[in-house]
Write a new protein. Structure first.
Length: 156
């Protein structure tokens, strides 16, 4: 079973990031460990500024190469790795778009929060298939191993 585990504090920080940047997309990097190739445990999230400079900030994000390199260096220095990324979908479901698929990498977790009218409505995570044709959903867990934020109403 593919899963992504985060601390309660990290989950709340991601939610707060989504609320604070609404109606634009928030984004950030998740640092941690990957076990058995399909179980990611996040030890730190690194919020990033959405560097997208055009009118599409409400449905696109861009993390600067410098911010990515700093997150990777920080992870390696502590013997961790970048296990994935998070971003919000303002007033849209927590499902990856075609744009998300075109810019994703296999083996990474992509946590998406749906922010509806400024409030978090859903939280889901995805991994791109190796053939890059689609995403598989992975289970999001809190520190106690409980499932986080799956709302069928918000994701349909």
């Amino acid at each position: 079973m593919m899963s992504l585990q985060l601390t309660d504090d990290d989950i709340e920080r991601i939610y707060a990031d989504g609320r604070a940047t609404y109606p634009e997309e928030c984004c950030g990097v998740m640092i941690g460990t990957l076990r058995n190739g399909d179980q990611a445990e996040v030890v730190e999230i690194v919020s990033a500024r959405n560097e997208r400079e055009d009118e599409n900030r409400h449905n696109r994000f861009l993390i600067s190469p410098q911010a990515l390199m700093e997150a990777q260096r920080s992870a390696r220095a502590r013997q961790f790795e970048v296990v994935g990324y998070y971003h919000s979908h303002p007033d849209h479901p927590a499902r990856p778009s075609d744009f998300d698929r075109d810019h994703a990498w296999p083996g990474q977790s992509y946590l998406i929060i749906s922010v509806q009218s400024g409030e978090v409505a859903d939280c889901r995570s995805w991994r791109l298939k190796d053939d890059r044709t689609a995403f598989d959903e992975e289970t999001v867990l809190d520190a106690a191993g409980r499932r986080v934020g799956v709302s069928t109403a918000a994701s349909e």
